[in-house]
Design a protein around this ligand. Structure first.
Ligand code: RIB
Length: 324
């Protein structure tokens, strides 16, 4: 299918985490037991699921979010913000027994981040969210998953998606044990280097080790292994295709949620019928733009920004290599 052949807006379901991010900007990360001076502080919407939902909506998809927040002020604020992004939150349940998920984040002067995440209500997702996800998937193009909600719930959702022809884009973040059947249930698996190592035991440091890890993921049964390599770009294998997508040259302000923006870009592009190669580039542009702004949800790029980047108004770069 050619880009844009899916004339309707793609329909994407996101089953995943919704957090309030509390962020401190520091010059450098503290050592254990050390206090460092923070330059500034802000709170903003986050959670890998919610970030991916907002990114997909900004990139043009109709998005249904499924998950849990606490029955508290953070939860209400986050749901209002998702609604204002055009995300359907009918599948998000307020949980009276658990607080809204919170991520405590430090971002240093180079834009790198450290995150401590309290999952709260996200981890209480159960059959109710599975049923909501199944209902939401009817007539959808793609299901997006991460690892902030219980993996067994995600796996059942992925199995259902596959049974009705909905593509599964699974971002195995944060690094955690993947159910063994999860590999075969993922059409696209999008780990970063750390997550790829956790899943394969292969330390990803360069193109060669990325290739080994991607091949190991293919051997475990994923349809396409897509490893994000930060400043080295993206390494991806599917069937007889193999790509190293170089990164876009951008000024790094804050790397939080770059992987979320990438995954959403990939999901939207695949759902619109882009080739694998073009979808990787679309995702890479989306991820690249996310690091140019502070925060998670607020840094997710708009469709026109991604298109400008790809058209060379940003710093587009071509695919470097393609397998035989
Ligand atoms: O991927 C970035 C996200 O990870 C943050 O928004 C934070 O909430 C954590 O879930």
């Amino acid at each position: 299918m050619a880009p844009g052949e899916n004339a309707d807006r793609p329909k994407i379901v996101v089953l995943g985490g919704i957090n309030m991010d509390v962020v401190a900007n520091v010059q450098r990360m503290p050592e254990a037991g050390e206090t460092v001076h923070g330059d500034s502080f802000f709170m903003t919407g986050g959670g890998k699921g919610a970030n991916q939902a907002v990114a997909a909506a900004r990139l043009g998809a109709e998005v249904r979010m499924v998950g849990r927040v606490g029955d508290d002020d953070f939860g209400r604020t986050l749901l209002d913000a998702l609604r204002s992004e055009g995300v359907d939150v009918n599948g998000v349940e307020p949980d009276p027994s658990n607080g809204t998920g919170v991520a405590v984040i430090m971002v240093d002067a180079s834009g790198q981040n450290c995150i401590a995440e309290v999952y709260g209500a996200n981890r209480a997702s159960d059959e109710t969210q599975l049923d909501a996800a199944k209902r939401a998937m009817h007539g959808s193009d793609a299901l997006m998953l991460q690892m902030e909600t219980p993996p067994e719930v995600s796996l059942e959702a992925a199995r259902h998606a596959r049974s009705i022809g909905v593509r599964v884009i699974w971002d195995p973040a944060p690094a955690a044990e993947m159910p063994s059947d999860g590999f075969t249930a993922a059409d696209f698996l999008t780990p970063n280097e750390t997550e790829a190592e956790a899943l394969t035991g292969i330390r990803v440091t360069d193109e060669e080790s990325a290739r080994e890890a991607a091949e190991a993921l293919i051997a475990k049964g994923v349809g396409a292994a897509v490893i994000t390599l930060g400043e080295r770009g993206v390494y991806a294998i599917a069937k007889n295709e193999r790509y190293l997508v170089p990164p876009f040259e951008v000024d790094v302000v804050d790397s939080v949620a770059a992987g979320d923006a990438f995954a959403a870009g990939l999901a939207v592009a695949i759902s619109e019928g882009f080739s694998f190669e073009d979808a990787l580039k679309f995702g890479a542009a989306s991820g690249g733009l996310a690091v140019t702004k502070p925060g998670a949800r607020d840094a997710m790029p708009l469709r026109e920004e991604v298109e400008a980047m790809l058209s060379g108004e940003g710093c587009g770069a071509p695919i470097l290599s393609r397998a035989e």
